[in-house]
Design a protein around this ligand. Structure first.
Ligand code: ADP
Ligand code: ASP
Ligand code: MG
Length: 412
């Protein structure tokens, strides 16, 4: 019997009517002769409300353990409500929290990683002819503490469960009908992709396309489970995320993304000597801060500037650490800047197409947008710009590189 894992995001379970609609869809899938495991998010706005509540308490930052106990409760409501809605239409169903299931994670609260999933209880539920309804976003560590997987983490819960069960497909039901060439809520000319490779999706997710959490794509790629991103409000096919060889259309630029969650730190006039980079980035990495772009200027008079980006939430901590090591590095000054955004173009076709970077820079120049940092990989080019220009940059790049297809034309 085919096994389908379905994940419903916050908007899809946003009120009782929508939960009833989800129950109908799950019932249809089960009645069509499939075993179904469902992963749900908290109702839309619920996780934000819980985060806000913890802040309303005032005082010191909550301990990470209690923070996760709080923010994971949204999903527990949804599994119960969806199971009840399924019972009302005669579909046997059983809800499971991450802990009940044995969703074992690391102990890194708010950004835990899944280590192992015990599939026995889901299997027993499915084999008994019932639907398993699982809370996304949450797990437990080896000591039994509740953990959460980072914002948007239900995608990862779903794909990880699909991989553990060796499901035929993991369907991600959301408020858009697939993966687009850019955020369809920002750019009206965005085009839905029929298929996209895991590799491109991985880049798009890590560069700001929040339609899938990045680790969900990693799981799908590693275990070869196809991911189907589709609308929970319409029956149409969405976008399939598949191995590269199954994606026929090899676009030069398949996506344009924007990430406003970054900050830039500049360390001025450090010694140009061995050990300086290690002296700076070693302590940052020990503090668990993920540094993204790094640019070192050409040296002048034996000193150089070092500029790097970090997640905006970590900026203050990163600044403190950088300032504490700055004297030993001979730095003249440390300057933090949160007024930045990263805009990127992604495409498998870049592997064998020169000129994408040049075209990208021309488009930005024509809009009068200054580029502060640049980084490239085989299938992506990212630039850091002032935040207020981010949307303009995305629109202009999308219009030129995707809608007008200037690159494809140049190649022909
Ligand atoms: P859910 O609550 O279902 O998990 P999310 O809000 O996390 O939904 O993700 C869906 C949103 O992702 C869309 O509403 C859209 O604004 C945004 N998005 C950003 N980039 C893209 C893209 N390239 N394709 C589709 N959606 C995108
Ligand atoms: N409810 C969690 C969040 O808002 C997880 C998710 O929706 O994927 O981040
Ligand atoms: Mg999401």
């Amino acid at each position: 019997m085919p096994l389908i894992v379905q994940k419903y995001g916050g908007t899809s379970v946003g009120d009782p009517d929508r939960i009833r609609a989800v129950a109908e869809r799950v019932a249809e899938t089960a009645r069509a002769g499939n075993q179904v495991a469902v992963i749900v998010s908290a109702m839309s706005g619920e996780t934000n409300a819980l985060v806000a509540l913890s802040k309303e308490l005032g005082g010191e930052q909550p301990t990470p353990r209690e923070y996760d106990v709080l923010v994971s409760t949204g999903e527990q409501k949804t599994i119960a409500l969806l199971s009840m809605a399924l019972h009302q239409i005669g579909v046997p169903a059983r809800s499971f929290t991450g802990g009940q299931l044995g969703m074992l994670t690391t102990s890194a609260h708010s950004r835990a990683r899944i280590l192992e999933i015990d599939t026995a209880r889901i299997r027993a539920t499915l084999d008994a002819g019932a639907v398993a309804v699982v809370a996304g976003f949450q797990g437990v560590d080896a000591e039994g503490n509740i953990t959460t997987l980072g914002r948007g983490g239900s995608d990862t819960s779903a794909v990880a469960v699909a991989c553990a069960l060796q499901a035929d497909v993991c369907e991600i039901y959301t408020d858009v009908d697939g993966v687009y060439t850019t955020d369809p809520n920002m750019v009206s000319g965005a085009r839905k992709l029929e298929k996209i490779s895991y590799e491109e999706m991985l880049e798009m997710a890590s560069l700001g396309a929040k339609v899938l959490q990045i680790r969900s794509v990693k799981f799908g790629m590693q275990y070869g489970v196809p991911i189907h991103v589709r609308s929970s409000f319409a029956p149409d096919e969405g976008t399939w995320v598949l191995p590269e060889e199954d994606v026929m259309e090899r676009l030069v630029v398949s996506g344009v993304t924007c990430n406003k969650g970054e900050a830039k730190i500049r360390v001025r006039s450090v010694k140009d000597a061995p050990g300086v980079a290690a002296g700076l980035f070693g302590p940052l990495s020990e503090a668990g801060i993920v540094v993204d772009m790094i640019i070192q200027n050409l040296s002048q008079d034996g000193t150089t500037d070092m500029t790097f980006t970090v997640p905006r939430d970590d900026c203050r901590r990163a600044l403190e650490i950088t300032e504490s090591v700055a004297p030993a590095l001979g730095a003249a000054e440390v300057i933090g800047d949160e007024d930045v955004a990263k805009v990127s173009v992604v495409g498998l076709g870049m592997k064998d197409h020169a000129g994408v970077a040049a075209r990208m820079f021309q488009v930005l120049a024509a809009e009068g947008i200054n580029i502060q940092l640049i980084s490239t990989s085989e299938i992506k080019i990212s630039v850091v710009v002032q935040e207020k220009y981010a949307e303009l940059a995305v629109r202009a790049l999308h219009a030129s590189l995707v809608e007008e297809g200037t690159l494809e034309t140049a190649e022909a």
